[in-house]
Design a protein around this ligand. Structure first.
Ligand code: AMP
Length: 539
């Protein structure tokens, strides 16, 4: 028997309509590429998104067409999120930190009809001119005063001019909620990048789930600054979730250094922010060096890579809580978030920290299975580990235009994350490692994350990576590759002493390699592939 409830589709346009109607004067503040802060409201966002939708339709775009973006976190990018997706087109966010060849591949593979980009990326887009010949339009996200003259790209359109000429009325189509609304390619550390095609339904459900108290805890009283880029996994869904709850939204633009972030957080009264560990290292180092404090910041969400316990402690000293969360491009991304249950409130602080440093408990909507090599479920005892499989309404079923790359090849109906994890009886998941990053020594697995966390607790170490080095006797042995803090020194013996009191003897890294800088991927994770090559040319 069917229920008698309304079947109203979950659409991105409904978020915008709600924000305009109920939080019309809610503020959106953006640090701009052109310089200075731009301020407007959810009312203005809705109006300009409608104008943009009219402009896109005038360019001849039809339902399902892809609009590429190469842009920072800013108000025009936000208008593209809603104006493109809301009108039945697909907003394809492109990571500008990828190699030129990968970007060219992605634009071609996605079949983008229009490309919109921030001024910063003019040289990058000029380098792609040959690949953009068949696009209907290439749009610079700026005003006439800042329009560049480009010989390589003679027909560039100006975003502000495009939008200015359009009427403020646009009837958002009532789409099937499973219609595609967004596209994001995985960073492609193995093989070609693969496109994850989000739907209105998956994005709206995910946005509702991440606002929950045990996840990002968003409300109309929060001031949110997503540092995680809008060009990667929809900035963890915050551009949808924040207007949904009517919180003030602060967008950092291209300015992600410690001084700029601190100034923005202070001037706008940011209470919640989110990003990868690398960004926080930069901010915390800057704050320490300049003796600064936060006056409004209450909570920071960290994900994308493991947040080391030392980072939790540095934020705690600042009076800021840390929320550790886990996700993937294929999972929209949020699947796990680490918050305590009421029964944990009385635990001693070090036991609480142990739980909070795990990647977290499943967010409702996401189901998890942890299986051994034979596909059998491992006990949820916090010790037994296995591959983590997930399923849920915001998990990818397959990839865009890639029938051969099913996301579910080995476990029908489930997505294999390639993360090796433990789960305890309360549902807390701890990532032991990426499958390919674990070190197999004498038949035993060593977690690179665990050894990196120990390294990060050493006062001389600024950043650390553990990689495997081939070893005749043991198969593989761990090597610590570290960046030291300014003027600090560290010998192999110091390192050994530090590890010996904190882990089993056979897990102590065999070697220490000190480098000036560690390579990161386009999404800010340690690039283990490049680091392995660094210590062992030819591997
Ligand atoms: P991506 O799809 O590029 O965002 O990468 C997803 C992968 O990042 C996951 O499969 C994990 O290996 C890793 N990851 C994400 N969040 C965390 C976290 N909190 N701790 C450890 N690894 C993480």
């Amino acid at each position: 028997m069917l229920a008698t409830m309304m079947n109203v589709p979950l659409l991105l346009s409904s978020i915008l309509r709600h924000a305009e109607t109920c939080h019309g004067d809610g503020e959106i503040v953006s640090a701009t590429v052109e310089g200075g802060l731009h301020r407007y409201t959810y009312g203005a966002l809705a109006s300009r998104s409608r104008k943009l939708a009219n402009a896109l339709s005038r360019l001849g775009l039809k339902s399902g067409d892809r609009v590429g973006t190469l842009a920072w976190n800013g108000y025009r990018h936000l208008e593209l999120y809603f104006g493109v997706g809301g009108s039945g087109l697909v907003c394809h966010t492109i990571n500008p930190r990828l190699f030129r060849e990968q970007i060219a591949y992605i634009i071609e593979h996605a079949g983008d009809s229009v490309l919109c980009f921030d001024l910063t990326f003019l040289p990058l887009v000029e380098g792609l001119a040959a690949e953009l010949k068949n696009l209907k339009a290439v749009v610079v996200m700026t005003d006439e005063a800042h329009m560049p003259k480009s010989e390589a790209l003679p027909g560039l359109l100006c975003y502000e001019t495009l939008v200015a000429g359009e009427p403020d009325t646009f009837d958002w189509p009532v789409l099937d909620e499973n219609t595609a609304s967004g596209l994001c390619y995985t960073s492609g550390t193995t093989g070609e990048p693969k496109g994850v095609l989000y739907s209105h339904r998956s994005s709206v459900l995910h946005a509702m789930a991440i606002a929950l108290p045990d996840v990002f805890d968003l409300s109309a009283a929060t001031v949110v600054c997503p540092i995680v880029p809008m060009f990667h996994v929809n900035a963890w869904g915050l551009p949808f979730s924040v207007p949904m709850v009517g919180a003030k939204l602060v967008l950092p633009g291209p300015h992600l250094d410690g001084a700029s972030l601190h100034a923005l957080f202070e001037s706008e009264g940011v209470t919640f922010t989110a990003g990868v560990p690398t960004v926080w290292l930069g901010l915390l180092d800057w704050m320490d060096a300049h003796g600064r404090k936060f006056s409004a910041l209450k909570r920071v969400a960290i994900g994308g890579s493991a947040a080391p316990p030392a980072m939790f402690k540095r934020f705690h000293v600042q009076g800021v809580d840390v929320l550790h969360a886990w996700g993937m491009t294929e999972t929209s991304p949020v699947g796990l978030a680490a918050t305590l249950k009421s029964k944990h409130q009385a635990l001693p602080p070090d036991r609480q920290l142990e739980l909070l440093c795990k990647q977290g408990r499943p967010v409702f909507g996401m189901e998890f299975r942890i299986v051994d090599h034979e596909g059998r479920e491992v006990p949820h005892d916090g010790k037994s580990f296995g591959a983590m499989l997930v399923r849920g309404p915001w998990v990818a079923q397959g990839y865009f235009n890639a029938p051969r790359h099913s996301a579910h090849a080995d476990f029908p109906g489930w997505f294999n994350t390639d993360d090796v994890v433990t789960m305890d009886a309360d549902g807390f998941v701890k990532i032991v490692d990426r499958t390919k990053d674990m070190v197999k020594s004498g038949g035993e697995w060593i977690s690179s994350i665990e050894l990196e966390n120990i390294a990060m607790a050493h006062p001389a170490i600024k950043e650390a990576a553990i990689v495997a080095r081939a070893d005749e006797r043991w198969g593989e042995r761990p090597v610590l590759v570290a960046v030291l803090k300014p003027d600090a020194t560290l010998t192999r013996e110091d390192m050994r002493a530090h590890y010996e009191s904190r882990t089993s003897k056979w897990c102590v890294p065999d070697d220490l390699v000190i480098v000036d800088e560690l390579p990161h991927t386009a999404t800010g994770k340690l690039s283990k592939k490049t680091i392995r090559r660094l210590i062992e040319p030819g591997s």
